[in-house]
Write a protein that binds this ligand. Structure first.
Ligand SMILES: C[S@@+](CC[C@H](N)C(=O)[O-])C[C@H]1O[C@@H](n2cnc3c(N)ncnc32)[C@H](O)[C@@H]1O
Length: 228
């Protein structure tokens, strides 16, 4: 097991692992491996687009340590459980709008106290921004037509100055007709018009062929709160 450039992420060949915050417990049937008294959880890139991103040559940095993070589209908690491993002392707010997915997410948060699930629509950040405050990392994985707009509005409401985020853009949820390049160009323009700096864009092949990951940074200075 080798450390990687992302604090808390380990690698054995092509396989990624995080240190299990809840030893003995699996979240989605992933393999557990104990070495020198430390239990590692396999991070499956076919189940988690963030793991798929970390396996790309253009993989971005992840914050080594955060106090607060905001995760949009938590589903059953597969990916966010690994962020929970990475940042044990953080508060990770997890927004999920489907009551069916929220139930297992709530159960997961009982075992992982750094996860705070919020049953809400990510299109309405004004409903949870007072609870979240300013987060240092924003992750979004919701299959909606206006994904870039949702990310921009959440960044404006909840992302700290100079903080980073990742938008997992599901191209076919935006349109069935236009090319991937055109959808990504439009998403970049939407994010840029919200004053967000868009860095690398990365495909997730061979793990997901439907998504492109966009790495985003918020401006170093926030506008006065009246403008938000
Ligand atoms: C692809 S799944 C997320 C998988 C998850 N991110 C993971 O990797 O473990 C997308 C989730 O986004 C949720 N979702 C879709 N639109 C949403 C919205 N407007 N607000 C909050 N959640 C939303 C869906 O209910 C679904 O659970």
């Amino acid at each position: 097991m080798e450390p990687t450039r992302w604090a808390g992420v380990f690698r054995d060949g092509r396989d990624l692992f995080t240190v299990n915050l809840t030893p003995g417990l699996r979240v989605y049937g992933e393999p557990l491996r104990t070495i020198a008294g430390v239990e590692y959880r396999g991070w499956d890139p076919f189940r988690s687009k963030l793991a798929a991103l970390l396996l790309q040559p253009s993989a971005p940095e992840l914050p080594g340590k955060v106090t607060t993070a905001l995760y949009l589209g938590g589903a059953h908690g597969t990916t966010v459980s690994h962020l929970s491993d990475l940042w044990p002392s953080a508060t990770i707010f997890v927004v999920e709008k489907s009551p069916t997915s929220f139930a297992p997410l709530l159960a997961l948060s009982r075992r992982r106290p750094n996860l705070v699930p919020i049953l809400s629509d990510a299109q309405l950040p004004e409903r949870y921004r007072a609870d979240v405050g300013l987060s240092e990392f924003l992750y979004q994985d919701v299959a909606q037509r206006n994904q870039a707009q949702i990310f921009a509005e959440n960044a404006r409401a909840c992302l700290a100055p100079g903080a980073t985020g990742v938008l997992m853009l599901k191209v076919r949820s935006v349109t069935q007709r236009r090319s991937t390049a055109s959808v990504v160009r439009e998403a970049r323009a939407t994010l840029a018009s919200a004053n967000l700096e868009v860095g690398i864009e990365s495909p997730l092949a061979p793990f997901s062929r439907e998504h492109v990951a966009l790495t985003v940074r918020s401006p170093a200075h926030r506008p006065p709160s009246g403008d938000r």
